[in-house]
Every structure is written in structure tokens, then in C-alpha cells.
Design a protein around this ligand. Structure first.
Ligand code: ADP
Ligand code: MG
Length: 436
């Protein structure tokens, strides 16, 4: 079998044998498979209603049919079209794949990152010996992910048999919610607790999300007790992640905290020339110092400028001058101003925080948790986008203006009296702004 649709045709064949023809034609025949990554399959149903019915009535049959075809258990997830476009196509967690670009050898060390770099080297040399967990923090674009990959690359070389798991905090949260919905939390736990090293990048995204924090707490303990290395990164130190549970905060501080600051001028110059060299671009000194003088807070942007200068230079033979650099910097700065954050993105983040679905928030159900989530989402939308109350109502399943006014008042009132809620809303807003 060389494609997953062939696998799925066989799966359907098994289902067909076990069902009436009518039921098969009604529910199974038009399911599509969108991915199969070995142990996880995603199917697409024609509508939300069909997804719910197929999940409820035929999940077991589908799972057992997959197992018959593949020879091992497959975690089946059924989505409808709206979710499919919203959900990441790739499996959330990945067994670590070394990336040549992100190694210790091409990490430029300066006073702003010397400590974090030394800590990362120590962990790579002796995983789970001295610094567990390793908690790296600093603003976006300063090399946290680079260091995680460098550590993993080094460990992969020294211990090829280690199972190294890398996941982004947001994906960990998403994956857990999907597992809860699909009834496959056992597999989820199993996967994370088998790691010899677990790196969770941008852990701040689990803050405020109760079930995710609960699950991460147990994962953490289980790995820690088995003496497995844990690496975490965040844009802030644990004590500033407001809605992080205390028991997690203390654990994050058990090992080593290392911050990365924006690079000083010399380090910026070194990064620019290293990058230029790797691209075969000869970079005049005055251009390098022009760039280093303009972009101070983000290595990703520094690199971006060098890459574009190199492209201009190669494609059109344009000489590399401060003037060209200025244009390129302008372009990059305009492009990287955060895109207008969409309502979808906000609803998504609030849904994850509350452990409900985005359909719950847009829909008509009214239990406490859903109503709270919905009101909070309306509040955050108003805060971030400044949309009118009637427009917000329209985005939330056609609710009228007065409902929105009431929701905004309720949330404002709670925020005024309940510091936890205030922090939670602040965290949600921060997370969304961060995602740009
Ligand atoms: P973060 O995870 O902190 O947001 P990244 O690790 O993604 O940042 O780094 C952004 C980009 O900058 C990457 O391409 C990375 O290789 C590069 N970078 C960051 N710091 C350094 C450094 N000290 N030396 C070389 N490249 C760096
Ligand atoms: Mg990163």
C-alpha cells in the first residue's frame, strides 16, 4: 500500500462488512482521510452533525478496522471541514529531527546569551544530571528555539537511542483537547511519558488552561522522577506567567533558569557577519553597522535583512549599500507588524483556555463554563479589535447588541473583583498579541 487513501479504502471495506448497506452509504462512504502519520489518522466528515454522529456511533468500528488493516492500533480523529482548516495538518508533537541550521556551532555567543548558552551546553553534555528542568526565557527572536534544537542535536549524536520529544506549548494544549475529545488521553499520556527528553517550547501558552496544566503537571512529575531531561522555554520567567498554577511554577524553578537578553552591538555585528558569510555575501562594514544600529531586539529580523540583501545582490547584482539595507529593513518591519488579529484566533485561544470548543463559544449552548468562555471571548475581542458591539454579536452566532453589552459588563465586573480572572484575561490577551 503506498498511499493512505488505499489504506482507508480497505478500512471502509471492513466497515462495510460490519454494517447495513444503508448505514454504510449514509455515514461512512463519504468520509475522507486527510492524514495518516503512522499511528494517527484524521478523517473529514461533511458537516459538524455528521462528525458528531460518526464519532459517537462508528468510532469503535473505524478504529478496529484501521487496526485490522495496519496491524496496530491507530488513533482516529474525525473532524468537520471548519475544523480541518483550523487545525494544524501535521501531528502536533514530533520526534526531534536535527536541523543543521540550529546547532551550537552557529550560535553566536555574547554577553546577552552567554549564561543561557553555557547552561544549554551543560545539559547537552549531561542530560538530566545537573540542570533539570532547564528553563530558558527571553523575548521572541533571541534564540531559545535555536538552543533547544542545538541541545537535541548534540544529544542525538551522543545517544542515538534516546527518544527526544519537541512540542510547542500551544500544540501540547491543542493535542490534549483533541485527545480528550477523541477519548484517547491514555495514548497521549503514554507518548509524553516515554520521552527521554521532553522540550516544550513557549510553555507560557499552557497558562490558564486547567486541564492542560493538570496533564502537564503529571507528565512533568513522571519524567522528572524517572530522571529524564525536561527543557522549557518562555517569553517570561515563571514568576511572571500570571495564571500558571503554583505547583508548576515551583517545579519550573527547581532546575536552572537562564534568560536571554537582546544582543549588544558587537554580538549583533557578529551575527550579521556570520550570516552573511554563510550565504556567501560580502558584507561591507558600514552596512553591517548600519543594520546593527537599526535592529536591536530581534535576531530573526537581523538575519532576515541579511538574507534579503543577499537575494537582491544575487538576483539583480544590486550593490550592498546602507541605502539598500534601509529599504530592506523598512520592508521587514512593515511585514512583521502583527497582522490584525482575527476573531477566530481569539475564540480559539479562549476556547483552549476554558477547555471548551470554538463551536461551543459561537453556538447556543449555555452551561456555566461555556457562557463564561463566550463572555470572556467577547470581552477580549472588544479589547483587542475595538469592534462595535453589534459586529461582535454578529461574530458570536448572531447575538444582539444588548447581549454583548451585558457580557462586556459582566466580565469587566468580575475582573474588578477577582484577580485570578483578571490575570487570566491578561494572559489570553498577551498570548494572542504574541502570536501576531
Ligand atoms: P526564539 O525561539 O527565542 O523566538 P529563535 O531560536 O527562533 O528565537 O531564533 C530566531 C532566529 O535567530 C533563528 O533563525 C536563530 O537561528 C537566530 N538566532 C538567534 N540567536 C542567535 C545567535 N546567538 N546566533 C546565531 N543565530 C541566532
Ligand atoms: Mg521559539
Amino acid at each position: 500500500m503506498d498511499s493512505y487513501s488505499e489504506v482507508f479504502d480497505q478500512v471502509k471495506g471492513y466497515c462495510r462488512e460490519a454494517m447495513t448497506e444503508v448505514a454504510y452509504n449514509l455515514w461512512i462512504d463519504d468520509l475522507q482521510i486527510t492524514s495518516l502519520d503512522g499511528t494517527a489518522a484524521r478523517l473529514l466528515a461533511g458537516s459538524q452533525m455528521r462528525r458528531d454522529i460518526v464519532t459517537e456511533k462508528y468510532m469503535e468500528l473505524l478504529s478496529s478496522s484501521f487496526e485490522k488493516v495496519m496491524g496496530f492500533p491507530v488513533q482516529v480523529q474525525i473532524l468537520c471541514r471548519e475544523e480541518e482548516t483550523a487545525a494544524p495538518a501535521a501531528p502536533a508533537e514530533q520526534e526531534f529531527q536535527p536541523e543543521k541550521e540550529y546547532s551550537f556551532s552557529n550560535f553566536v555567543v555574547g554577553s546577552s546569551n552567554r549564561f543561557a548558552h553555557a547552561a544549554a551546553c551543560a545539559v547537552a553534555a549531561n542530560p538530566a544530571k545537573n540542570y533539570n528542568p532547564l528553563f530558558l526565557y527571553g523575548q521572541s527572536g533571541l534564540g531559545k528555539t535555536h538552543l533547544i534544537y542545538a541541545i537535541c542535536g548534540e544529544i542525538r549524536r551522543n545517544h542515538p537511542e534516546y527518544k527526544l520529544l519537541y512540542v510547542k506549548g500551544e500544540e501540547f494544549a491543542n493535542e490534549l483537547i483533541a485527545a480528550i475529545r477523541a477519548g484517547s488521553t491514555a495514548e497521549f499520556k503514554e507518548k509524553y511519558r516515554q520521552a527521554d527528553l521532553l522540550a516544550v517550547d513557549d510553555i507560557q501558552f499552557i497558562a490558564g488552561k486547567e486541564s492542560t496544566q493538570e496533564e502537564f503537571f503529571h507528565t512533568f512529575n513522571s519524567l522528572y522522577e524517572c530522571n529524564k531531561q525536561i527543557i522549557l522555554t518562555s517569553d517570561r520567567p515563571p514568576k511572571e506567567i500570571k495564571t500558571l498554577e503554583d505547583r508548576l511554577r515551583t517545579r519550573f524553578e527547581w532546575g536552572l533558569l537562564a534568560d536571554i537578553q537582546p544582543p549588544d552591538f558587537e554580538t549583533r555585528m557578529a551575527i550579521i557577519s556570520r550570516k552573511a558569510e554563510s550565504l556567501g555575501l560580502s558584507m561591507p562594514e558600514d552596512v553591517a553597522s548600519y543594520i546593527a544600529g537599526k535592529l536591536k531586539n530581534n535576531v530573526r529580523q537581523l538575519e532576515g535583512v541579511v538574507k534579503r540583501l543577499s537575494a537582491h545582490n544575487q538576483l539583480s547584482g544590486a550593490p550592498v549599500t546602507p541605502m539598500l539595507a534601509e529599504n530592506v529593513i523598512q520592508d521587514i518591519l512593515t511585514e512583521q507588524t502583527p497582522l490584525p488579529v482575527t476573531v477566530d484566533r481569539i475564540i480559539d485561544e479562549v476556547a483552549r483556555t476554558y477547555g471548551v470548543t470554538t463551536e461551543d463559544i459561537r453556538g447556543q449552548r449555555r452551561n456555566n463554563q461555556i457562557s463564561n468562555a463566550r463572555q470572556t471571548a467577547m470581552y477580549v475581542v472588544r479589547e483587542i479589535t475595538g469592534m462595535s458591539q453589534s459586529d461582535i454579536g454578529a461574530e458570536f452566532g448572531g447575538r444582539d447588541h444588548s447581549t454583548v453589552v451585558y457580557a462586556l459588563q459582566q466580565v469587566a465586573k468580575t475582573i474588578g473583583t477577582d484577580p485570578r480572572k483578571k490575570e487570566m484575561v491578561e494572559d489570553i490577551i498577551k498570548n494572542i498579541r504574541n502570536l501576531g
